[in-house]
Ligand binder design. Structure first.
Ligand SMILES: CC(C)(COP(=O)(O)OP(=O)(O)OC[C@H]1O[C@@H](n2cnc3c(N)ncnc32)[C@H](O)[C@@H]1OP(=O)(O)O)[C@@H](O)C(=O)NCCC(=O)NCCS
Length: 203
């Protein structure tokens, strides 16, 4: 089978969760950081295609789902949807826990489920995204194609811009985003918020 980019299908979710975990430590494999391998996906992947399946794209090769972009067109509406339809069940399943002191980070994401990030989006970039590709697909243009495909879908909805958060430790991703035309909007202690202006013809 040739490697293909296509719209999200619900059967992609387990593979997307796997990709999320295998790239979840500032672009590197996060498997050793989490006792529960689904937690990262619950926070950073699953809610997006569940809330708005038309804004998720996957890259699939002979071994399965190997990359994706997930997004929302309207961050505030997405946060409200998560409060209503996503977090309540997960809050019942995942109680807050203390740091076990062994380096695992489940407690951080369990807290995030109960106290989600509700930072307002930049006024010119109400959309936000997450993109992840397994190492076997990196550096072959799939990241650019996923961003371009999402940008087309957002422009079709007259969305003026899209933002994302990236860890300061993920120098490779920052360079990728800036190469594609994302600009640094805010710098935090953990990293940067980057914005892409979708009203420009190209990036
Ligand atoms: C970051 C990531 C999405 C980039 O996707 P990719 O498929 O590897 O990148 P592409 O091959 O599509 O590169 C697109 C362009 O960016 C450029 N680029 C990519 N990485 C770059 C880097 N580190 N420095 C400079 N340019 C870079 C490429 O040269 C290419 O340029 P061109 O199209 O003008 O020739 C991908 O590597 C990835 O998923 N990494 C692991 C998970 C991750 O870090 N996700 C982001 C979390 S915020």
């Amino acid at each position: 089978m040739t490697t293909t980019m296509r719209p999200f299908h619900p059967s992609d979710l387990p593979g997307m969760y796997r990709v999320c975990l295998l790239t979840g430590a500032a672009g590197q494999d996060a498997t050793a950081l989490y006792r529960d391998p689904e937690l990262l996906g619950h926070v950073y992947c699953g809610p997006y295609p569940t809330a708005d399946p038309d804004l998720s794209l996957v890259v699939v090769d002979a071994q399965g789902v190997a990359g994706y972009v997930v997004a929302t067109a309207d961050t505030a509406a997405f946060q409200a949807w998560c409060e209503r339809a996503w977090w309540p069940v997960l809050r019942t399943r995942y109680a807050r826990t203390d740091d076990p002191g062994d380096g695992t980070q489940d407690h951080v994401l369990r807290t995030r489920l109960h106290e989600p990030d509700v930072a307002p989006a930049p006024s010119d970039a109400p959309a936000h995204l997450h993109i992840d590709l397994l190492p076997r697909l990196q550096g072959q243009g799939w990241g650019r194609r996923l961003i371009a495909g999402l940008a087309d879908a957002l422009r079709a909805r007259d969305v003026p811009g899209v933002h994302l958060g990236v860890s300061a430790a993920n120098a490779r991703a920052i360079a990728f985003y800036e190469h594609l035309g994302f600009r640094r909007e805010t710098t935090y202690d953990w990293g940067h918020r980057l914005v892409l202006d979708l009203r420009r013809d190209s990036y």
